[in-house]
Design a protein around this ligand. Structure first.
Ligand code: HEC
Length: 208
């Protein structure tokens, strides 16, 4: 005869197995208009100039609609739309000063309710990524970027692709959780170049 514990485990396994089907049913029921109203109600007093940060753009709307897994046709549309927003430096050089890039990667301030207007924004890359091996505190929402340039043989084409990635993450991966730093003007062109330098300069601690 099954013990109570065994019966409980069996029930739990059955319940878990049922989750995907239930989740799918729930997905079909979500109404974008309801989500929109809820988000709006969560920000009753949007500060001056912030409304555009609360409104979803077309890509975010599609990502919400498909729970970040859009069908192929939508993926193509997002990639085309987001790629078109990427502005590469006019002189073609994308690898900036890695020491300045380290500051950008370590800085999580700027653009918050508590920041004075005009505060220089950082990229807060460490909030989601490991970069230098010497840094003890980092988030893991994104993949580790240790040895990023070294692993790519410091290839200029890879550096250019990384500039585009940081400028607009969704131009490479639709519905990415990574902020679109250049697109939203969180980082300047120079800051993005410097952060690419942090990833691609052979002297950068990221590659040591
Ligand atoms: C809110 C979390 C978050 C922040 C902040 C963030 N990223 Fe990311 N990043 C991600 C996630 C998640 C991925 C994986 C999905 C993807 O590729 O978009 C990623 C992917 C990447 C990749 C591609 C990695 C690969 O597989 O080749 C690079 C390069 C990168 N991030 C650089 C940066 C840099 C530089 C910064 C700071 C300017 C930064 N990220 C800030 C979440 C973040």
């Amino acid at each position: 005869m099954k013990s109570k514990t065994q019966a409980f485990i069996a029930a739990a396994v059955i319940a878990l197995a049922a989750v995907p089907a239930a989740a799918q049913q729930q997905q079909a029921k979500i109404d974008a208009a309801v989500v929109e109203r809820y988000v709006k109600s969560a920000f009753p007093k949007v500060p001056e100039g912030w409304q555009s940060r609360v409104d979803q753009d077309e890509t975010q709307r599609v990502c919400t609609q498909y729970h970040n897994e859009p069908p192929k046709a939508e993926v193509e549309k997002i990639l085309a739309r987001e790629k078109a927003t990427v502005v590469f430096p006019a002189d073609g050089s994308v690898v900036g000063d890695w020491k300045e890039g380290r500051k950008v990667a370590q800085n999580g301030r700027g653009g918050q309710f508590s920041d004075a207007p005009g505060t220089v924004s950082g990229g807060n890359c460490y909030g989601c990524h490991q970069l230098s091996g010497a840094e003890v505190s980092f988030g893991t929402l994104g993949p580790s970027l240790r040895n990023y340039g070294k692993d790519r043989k410091f290839d200029p084409a890879e550096a250019k692709a990384t500039f585009a990635k940081v400028f607009n993450s969704n131009s490479v991966m639709p519905c990415s959780n990574m902020p679109r730093f250049g697109y939203h003007k969180v980082l300047t062109e120079k800051q993005i170049k410097d952060v690419v330098g942090y990833l691609f300069d052979p002297e950068s601690p990221v590659n040591k």
